[in-house]
Write a protein that binds this ligand. Structure first.
Ligand code: GDP
Ligand code: ZN
Length: 363
């Protein structure tokens, strides 16, 4: 056994970072290597890792979702060293997760009532990640087949094929498992829709991660900004994302239209007269028209324009500062505030920036 262990120790192992806290990384080793390692339990193998100084020196960040090469595994205390990070296929910012494949939006068909505007917002936010968006509608046990057909028809017009599920009745949970298998998925949704219930169903407690490595990493587990990937028994990793649950739309005004599948369709079958059309009141616009979410589009567009204005002012702060005399010859720059609405957004955004800085300083 000893000889075998040393052989294994010299080898490189591949895994995925499932949690980060301070300078420690919890890495789940690929199951395909379990046999080589001599591990036969179906549970994921976890190592608590540090990262090589070389990675620190070259400024290589390691985030949740990163595919990494682990060296020097110590099987007795469950530790290792991250020697390399494989190139990222995607990068979500909030939450900071690499290599996410898809977004699973969970809403309820009723209780709380399905709010089209709110749902639309989540969908647009989801689309703006560039990842696949899957829509799951829970509590289907509470409505009639006819009501379900109506919702299906309506969302079909939006360009979505929702999966109707019931955590209570176990309806279509298998279908969800299949979709999650082998992928990294971020879950989002309004509260009260049964998101926690679904996650608990998908991840039986037997599989909840633990802690041969309980010490340092376990302590931070319940902080709000903590991101963690959970292992799904059917394969795949799942992140629940508090950060996603108040979706701010921060795309550019011209991008926005691409986040509405039904508008994308209209643009496929024709084009607007102006290439920089924002699809409001420009002549010969193929997007403007009689589709249900067009109003939502206009609302989000206002928001995106506000956001862009804010960004520009950030880039050129002096343009929006005025010099104010503070008496005794002292002078100070103060921001020129426009409307109340603008002020509100601005302050919120400033807070976010601070949060992001705070997060970075922790990484
Ligand atoms: P979360 O806020 O989205 O995490 O929602 P929870 O998982 O806490 O569930 C909110 C409420 O919905 C709870 O009372 C659950 O028991 C209930 N619930 C969850 N799934 C279902 C379901 O499939 N059908 C029905 N009728 N209720 C459900
Ligand atoms: Zn247009």
């Amino acid at each position: 056994m000893n000889g075998e262990v040393s052989l294994i120790n010299s080898a490189q192992l591949f895994g995925t970072v499932v949690a980060v806290q301070a300078n420690f990384y919890r890495v789940q080793l690929d199951r395909s290597q379990h046999k080589e390692i001599g591990e036969f339990s179906p549970n994921p193998l976890l190592l608590l890792c540090t990262r090589r100084t070389r990675l620190k020196k070259i400024g290589q960040q390691v985030t949740v979702g990163d595919r990494v090469v682990v060296e020097e595994p110590d099987w007795t205390d469950g530790s290792g060293v991250i020697a390399d990070v494989l190139p990222r296929k995607s990068q979500l910012d909030r939450p900071a997760i690499a290599n996410v494949n898809q977004v699973l939006l969970v809403f309820a068909v009723t209780d709380p009532p399905l709010e089209p505007y709110q749902l639309s917002r989540f969908l647009v936010k989801g689309e703006s990640t560039g990842l696949d968006v899957i829509l799951c509608l829970n509590k289907s046990d509470l409505i009639s087949p006819q009501e379900q057909a109506e919702i299906e028809q309506r969302l079909g017009n939006w360009g979505y094929q929702p999966i109707f599920i019931s955590v209570y009745k176990g309806i279509n949970i298998n279908a969800v498992e299949k979709i999650l298998s082998g992928k990294i998925t971020v879950v989002a949704g309004a509260s009260g829709v049964g998101k926690s219930s679904l996650i608990n169903t998908l991840i039986p407690s037997a599989n909840l991660r633990v802690a041969s490595v309980s010490g340092k990493l376990a302590r931070g587990r319940h902080t709000t900004r903590h991101v963690e990937l959970f292992d799904l028994p059917g394969g795949g990793l799942l992140a629940d994302t508090p950060g996603f649950n108040q979706p701010d739309l921060d795309c550019t005004p011209s991008e926005l239209v691409n986040y509405f599948p039904e508008a994308r369709e209209r643009l496929k079958s024709g084009s607007c007269r102006f290439s920089n059309c924002l699809h409001r009141d420009e002549p010969d616009c193929v997007v403007r028209g009689d589709w249900e979410r067009y109003e939502d589009y206009l609302n989000f567009l206002e928001e995106a324009i506000e956001h862009e204005t804010w960004l520009k002012q950030q880039a050129d702060p002096e343009s929006n500062l005025k010099l104010k005399s503070k008496g005794k010859g002292r002078q100070q720059y103060e921001p020129m505030l426009e409307s109340k609405k603008y002020r509100r957004v601005s302050r919120k955004k400033q807070q976010q920036t601070l949060q992001e800085l705070y997060k970075e300083s922790e990484d």
